[in-house]
Design a protein around this ligand. Structure first.
Ligand code: ATP
Length: 140
């Protein structure tokens, strides 16, 4: 059986996760409040839905509870990111990964039970710097 995931927020980060999961042969439900963003992923994701994920009944009606892993990739709207994470936690989603905008955001996300908090720009910068140094060590 294929693995099933939900990605909320289809900006550059969320969109890239959707593309990669599909590439890896997973089933993906892609959600965004913006119908235009949803339209962009209608042909890519298994299901693409327009919904405000800070609305608990909307999330419940999508059957989110049945998915093991949900990614919250809402960036700038920190309030929406926190509220969405809280609702997912209350619904009982087992694994929640959230994109944090800053350290304060991360602290709140961890307090409310996010399982994994990522800072894509910071994490990628760190990784590239590490690769640069280890390549240098190998090269010289
Ligand atoms: P990136 O850097 O990955 O492009 P970003 O940090 O600029 O993302 P935003 O563009 O602020 O992040 O948010 C990502 C997406 O989340 C947007 O497409 C936005 O429409 C969506 N979004 C924001 N609020 C909600 C919400 N309440 N429910 C669902 N989607 C939302």
């Amino acid at each position: 059986m294929k693995k099933e995931f939900v990605v909320i927020g289809l900006g550059r980060f969320g969109g890239s996760i959707v593309n990669e999961l599909v590439e890896l042969d997973a089933e993906v439900m892609a959600i965004d409040i913006s119908p235009d963003r949803v339209e962009e992923y209608a042909q890519i994701a298994t299901t693409a839905v327009s919904a405000d994920t800070t609305d608990e009944s909307a999330l419940r009606s999508l059957g989110i509870r049945n998915f093991e892993h949900v990614v919250v990739a809402i960036g700038e709207n920190i309030q929406a990111s926190i509220l969405t994470t809280l609702i997912l936690k209350e619904i009982g989603v087992k694994h929640i990964t959230v994109k944090a905008q800053n350290d304060y955001h991360e602290k709140v996300l961890r307090k409310i039970g996010a399982d994994q908090v990522v800072h894509p720009e910071r994490d990628m910068g760190k990784r590239i710097a590490n690769n640069m140094v280890s390549n240098n060590i190998l090269d010289y």
